[in-house]
Ligand binder design. Sequence first.
Ligand SMILES: [Zn+2]
Length: 265
Amino acid sequence: MDDALLERARAGDATAMETLLTEVTPSVERFVRRMCPGSDADDVLQETLLSLTTHLPSFEGRSALTSWVFTLTRTACSRQRRGLKNRPHETDDTVALMPDLSPDPEQRATDEELSQSLSRALASLAPEHREVILLRDVEGLTAPEAAASLDVSVDALKSRLHRARAALREALRPVFESAAPPPSSRCPDVMALWSKRLEGDLSPADCAAMEKHLEGCSSCGAACVALKRALWVCQRSRTPEVTSEARALVKRAVEAWSAASTKGT
Ligand SMILES: [Zn+2]
């Protein structure tokens, strides 16, 4: 996010505000659809955008803007959830999340299958696990940024992330590793090691030991390939596409904000 844009939006420039909202909208929308199942995604998105416009003057920039945007999104999400407490639980809306990943039709079929498997696997995770995967592996927040939006320590975030990735791998095991042999009693916890390595927290010696084991063990090798593919699909699902519906919500938020600031002066 561009600091100059942020400053202009803060100063009341409607075009800058619209650009800013448009930039954050795809991330917010993906997060809402996965984390607020059963609620009206458009309502939550609209509420998040409105709350961004009204709270932007008080955003101090101590946390990254992305962290703060997800904090607002989570608040809007839980407000909806409280309001919807008595409604019957609905299944996750995964269909709207399928991005057109690749221009090659054959490749696209595989991408779509992967992406659907991933959607189902994510939907099956506990919400606190799904949430960290979304922030860190789908939206690409750094560990400190994700920790800030969840209001937990970086250490807590990382240990939750390690468990979440292991759970994701379990959920995807039938898809990616159906033919792989079971791990032996000598196998280390490769998922935990791998996840630590992604966070830059694995010592060079432990890393070398892991690599050596992976070379000789088809079970753990398959597990790592599976996790790598899953994370790759996570990253690929992060498209900057803004739907026309979302664009309309952005416009409405900017208009409401402009109207309110004109009244205030
Ligand atoms: Zn092994």
